[in-house]
Design a protein around this ligand. Structure first.
Ligand code: DGL
Length: 265
C-alpha cells in the first residue's frame, strides 16, 4: 500500500499521476479537509497536522508515503521522515525542483505556490542546491486554490486572476523561461496559466515528476508491484460528500460519496 496525503482534494492531482505511473499499486489517500487550507497556516501548525496525517496512514502497512501537499512537503518533510522512519517518505518539492532545473535553459525560474510554501523558501533552496547560479522568483498565488475548488479553471475569471499574478512576475524578470506550479491545485488551471504566459515558457507540474520519482524509488528498492490490479482507497477528515463532488474534477473520474471514508485524526 502506498499512502498519499494532502490538506484536501488538491493532492488528487498527484494521486491521478501516481495511478497513471503505477497502475498495479494499491493507494490510500487522506485529505485533511477538516483543516484545509494548510497554505495560510504557520509552519508549526502544518508540521503538527502533517505528523498526525502521516501517523494515521502508517496504520495501513505502507511501503511508501507520498506527501502530495506542497505546503506540507515544504515545511514538514524532515519531521515526517523522522517520525515514519520505516518507509521512504517522498515530498513534491524535490522532484518539482529537479524538473524545473532540467527544463530551464536560462536558469531564471519562477515558482507560484501558497504563502506557506513561498515563505519557507523550500523550492528556492531545492532549485539552488541543484543549480547554484539559478535566479528563482517565488510568489504566492492563493486565489488559484479557490478557483480550482470552485471549478472555475477557465474563462474570464480564471484569465483575470492569472493575469493578476503572472503579468507582474513576467514583466519584472524578462529572462524567466520556466514556471513551476508549486501547489496541488494549480495543474487544474494550467490552460489559463498557459494562456497568459504564452507558448515559450516551460510549465513544470510537480505531480507528474513526483509520480516518476516514486516509481523509480520503488523499482530501485525492488518493491514495485509488477502485476495485478491496483486500487484506490479515499479518506477525508470532513465533508466526504464535498470531497467526492469537488475531488472528482481533480482525480478526473467520478467519485461515489460512499467511496470516501470519514476519519478523525
Ligand atoms: N495542498 C496545498 C498545497 O499544495 C494547497 C491547499 C492548501 O493551502 O491547503 O500547497
Amino acid at each position: 500500500m502506498i499512502g498519499v496525503f494532502d490538506s484536501g482534494v488538491g493532492g488528487l492531482t498527484v494521486l491521478r499521476a501516481l495511478v497513471a505511473e503505477l497502475p498495479a499499486e494499491q493507494f490510500v489517500y487522506l485529505g485533511d479537509t477538516a483543516r484545509l487550507p494548510y497554505g495560510t497556516k504557520s509552519a508549526e501548525t502544518v508540521v503538527r497536522y502533517a505528523l498526525q496525517a502521516s501517523e494515521a496512514l502508517a496504520a495501513f502497512r505502507l511501503k511508501c508515503l507520498v506527501i502530495a501537499c506542497n505546503t506540507a512537503s515544504a515545511v514538514a518533510l524532515p519531521a515526517v521522515r523522522a517520525r515514519i522512519a520505516s518507509v521512504p517518505v517522498i515530498g513534491v518539492i524535490e522532484p518539482g525542483a529537479e524538473a524545473a532545473c532540467a527544463a530551464s535553459r536560462s536558469g531564471h525560474i519562477a515558482v507560484i505556490a501558497t504563502e506557506g510554501t513561498v515563505r519557507g523558501g523550500a523550492y528556492q533552496q531545492a532549485i539552488l542546491r541543484r543549480r547554484h547560479a539559478a535566479q528563482v522568483t517565488a510568489v504566492p498565488a492563493p486565489l488559484f486554490v479557490a478557483l480550482a475548488e470552485e471549478g472555475l479553471c477557465e474563462g474570464p475569471i480564471a484569465a483575470a486572476v492569472a493575469h493578476h499574478y503572472l503579468d507582474p512576475l513576467f514583466a519584472a524578470a524578462g529572462r524567466i523561461d520556466t514556471l513551476v506550479l508549486g501547489c496541488t491545485h494549480f495543474p487544474m488551471l494550467a490552460g489559463a496559466i498557459r494562456g497568459v504566459v504564452g507558448a515559450r515558457i516551460g510549465i513544470v507540474d510537480s505531480a507528474q515528476t513526483t509520480a516518476r520519482h516514486v516509481r523509480q524509488a520503488l523499482e530501485q528498492a525492488g518493491i514495485a508491484a509488477t502485476g495485478g490490479e491496483g486500487g484506490v482507497r479515499l479518506l477525508a477528515t470532513d465533508a466526504p460528500q464535498r470531497f467526492a463532488r469537488v475531488g472528482a474534477r481533480f482525480l478526473a473520474r467520478p467519485i461515489a460519496p460512499d467511496e470516501v471514508t470519514l476519519i478523525d485524526l
